[in-house]
Ligand binder design. Structure first.
Ligand code: UDX
Ligand code: UDX
Length: 435
């Protein structure tokens, strides 16, 4: 199929490249000239495992990059909108970019097209895009608008696209939905075809549910700290119940990234606009923010006043396997520490270039040990493998005090004690060692 993907951000780029890999002819469009130039040369603006190989395999054959929306629209039968929909005022979803792209597509329509919303957009956006195309497109324009939300996790976006647990397609006309589903048929995964608004809602409901699981685990973790239980054991025990499952129950610093915080806030606003006041979701967000504070309290308890102390921060990105800093816990934790006079030494395997604009008063280091040099405590914020498999003997010789505040519960408290480290986890209150 001939496909255009508008927006070469995390979602658009992965989507376009994977569709090309599946044998389609794909034109990726972006307004950012520099980005397009770089992509043409094979320079990828983001860190995403597996993406580089796919681009290399398909570039200049089935995969092209352009700023020319007109040409892309004219030569494609399916047009995906994958531009960013950032958080606007009061948590509202900012749909300016989607509207602008819809207008642009309308102006260049030259025959029947299917316009597909891939970006996360408020419920009812399909209708808005339809109205924009009717208003700005040619008279009697022939088109369908379809919703095909993305469920891509950064760091595993390529796998998520090529091995999705489900594909959701919402449309007003079955033939349009079926056409879009043809792209995904080679993947042999469940495809749900439904109406436009239900598809749009599925995306929000899924992300809000996952975010709720994380906040639930974090609240139980906070109680574990006080009551003397171990959240890791608790979640393990819960997870054997298939009605609960074990995923997205890792307690720690809470969720960040470009989706969960924005989508939960967005759904609250969508509720308000539809005359429904969510009670659960605002709490999910508040609990999430409070986790950062809980972590800071642990740091203060562990080292006392941080003024003049050296603190090593391991991990800056909002999660491992990405260089994305959006809503990363490091963005609140590091400034809080430097404001109190701490000397902060940081290391992240890939996110340091992306982090530089955010943190001026820190020392960037070349590896975890260098960051830990003379440290009064090591603070783990992102659970990169490199930190999980650290050489503790080497670390012990580097730090000033063997204290680890483990924001992601990656280390075993008993093992850490054996190694001679004082370990502070999130919800690891159990003091009982079974012999
Ligand atoms: C995506 C989705 O679009 C968003 O709805 C979802 O909730 C999260 O993921 P993302 O891919 O992360 O957003 O956005 P970003 O990395 O910011 O990239 C967006 C791209 O669209 C940029 O390259 C930007 O230049 C481009 N763009 C933006 C256009 O080409 N045209 C525009 O009018 C606006
Ligand atoms: C998310 C969705 O999972 C994906 O389907 C898509 O809709 C885009 O948004 P992403 O934001 O890339 O993906 O990352 P994800 O792996 O879902 O993690 C989100 C945040 O939750 C991260 O900050 C992560 O550290 C945190 N998290 C995740 C936890 O704190 N505990 C967990 O158990 C799982």
């Amino acid at each position: 199929m001939k496909i255009a993907v508008v927006g070469t951000g995390y979602v658009g780029l992965v989507t376009g490249c994977c569709f090309a890999d599946l044998g389609n002819e794909v034109t990726c469009v972006d307004v950012n000239h520099k980005k397009v130039e770089e992509l043409r040369k094979g320079v990828i603006p983001i860190y995403e495992p597996g993406l580089e190989e796919i681009i290399k395999r398909n570039r200049n054959q089935r995969l092209t990059f352009t700023t020319d929306l007109k040409k892309a629209v004219e030569t494609s039968e399916l047009i995906f909108i994958a531009v960013n929909t950032p958080q606007g005022k009061n948590g509202d979803v900012d749909i300016t970019n989607v509207k602008a792209v819809a207008k642009g597509i309308a102006r260049h329509l030259n025959g029947y097209k299917i316009i597909i919303n891939k970006s996360t957009v408020p419920i009812g956006m399909g209708d808005i895009v339809t109205q924009i195309i009717q208003k700005h497109g040619p008279k009697n324009a022939s088109f369908d608008v379809v919703s095909n939300p993305e469920f891509l996790r950064e760091g595993s976006a390529v796998t998520d696209l090529l091995k999705p647990e489900r594909v959701v397609i919402g449309a007003s006309r079955l033939s349009a939905a079926k056409k879009v589903s043809e792209i995904y048929e080679p993947l042999h995964r469940p495809i749900l075809i439904t109406d436009l608004k239900s598809a749009e809602m599925i995306k929000y409901a899924s992300n809000a549910f996952l975010a709720m699981k994380i906040s639930f685990a974090n609240e139980i973790a906070n109680l574990c700290d006080k009551a003397g239980a171990d959240i890791v054991q608790v979640v393990k025990g819960m997870s054997y119940d298939t009605r609960i499952g074990g995923q997205f129950l890792n307690a720690g610093l809470g969720f960040g990234g470009s989706c969960f915080p924005k989508d939960v806030a967005g759904l609250v606003q969508i509720g308000k606009k539809n005359g429904y006041k969510f009670r659960l979701l605002p709490e999910v967000l508040e609990i999430n923010q409070d986790q950062r504070k809980e972590f800071l309290k642990k740091v203060y308890r562990a080292v006392g006043s941080v003024k003049g102390k050296t603190l090593a921060v391991w991990g800056l990105a909002f999660k491992p396997n990405t260089d994305d800093m959006r809503e990363a816990p490091s963005l609140t934790i590091i400034p809080a520490l430097t404001a109190k006079g701490a000397k902060v030494r940081v290391y992240d395997p890939v996110a340091m270039p992306a982090a530089k604009p955010y943190f001026k008063k820190v020392t960037y280091c070349k590896d975890p040990y260098e960051a830990a040099k003379g440290a009064d405590a090591v603070l783990l914020l992102t659970e990169w493998n490199e930190f999980v498999q650290v050489d503790f003997q080497k670390l012990k010789k580097t730090v000033r005090r063997p204290i680890v505040v483990d924001g992601r519960n990656v280390y075993d408290p008993v093992h850490m004690a054996e190694l001679g480290f004082v370990h502070h986890g999130m919800g690891r209150g159990s003091k009982t060692v079974l012999l």
